[in-house]
Design a protein around this ligand. Structure first.
Ligand code: GSH
Length: 147
């Protein structure tokens, strides 16, 4: 598994859409975003070769709205499809790459996993706010640009 572009500069308004090679798998990421990290962790855990495009979601690139109607991170692009929402991306990845399935298939276990994911989302949301939004004055477009 190779993740390329993890440390690439965050793209913002005015940037050009990076060309996507045929058959390439792409993750639209925002650094330090817990929802984007969820997508990145699943892609890495499943061993998918992926190109990571970092986004500045405080100054969104115009072209990105063609991928995500709200311009949020994360999203994954694969075989001409863009899948959004960190809660749905793992399910998509397991269906598209069943050879490295992570999520349970048993109906009861599936529900337990979703309940756990919901509970953990609430925790990661609180941590994200504690570390970024409560320090919003330091969380500027300029700072994200320098990541
Ligand atoms: N429900 C979404 C939330 C994603 C989200 O809010 N991402 C933030 C970055 S941490 C974002 O893109 N914010 C920009 C915006 O809200 O316009 C998911 O789970 O994928």
């Amino acid at each position: 598994m190779v993740l390329t572009g993890v440390n690439s500069k965050a793209l913002r308004k005015g940037s050009a859409e990076p060309p996507l090679a045929a058959g390439a798998f792409r993750v639209y990421n925002m650094r330090f975003c817990p929802w984007a990290l969820r997508a990145m962790l699943y892609v890495a855990a499943k061993g998918i070769d992926a190109e990571v495009i970092n986004l500045n979601v405080t100054d969104k690139a115009e072209w990105y709205f063609k991928k995500h109607y709200l311009g949020k991170a994360p999203a994954v692009e694969h075989d001409g499809n863009v899948v959004i929402e960190s809660g749905f991306i793992p399910e998509y990845l397991d269906d598209a790459f069943p050879e490295s399935r992570i999520l349970p298939t048993d109906p009861f276990e599936k529900v337990q996993q979703k309940l756990l994911a919901d509970r953990l989302t609430a925790v990661s949301f609180l941590l994200f706010f504690r570390h970024s939004v409560f320090a919003w004055e330091n969380f500027t477009t300029k700072q994200i640009d320098s990541w």
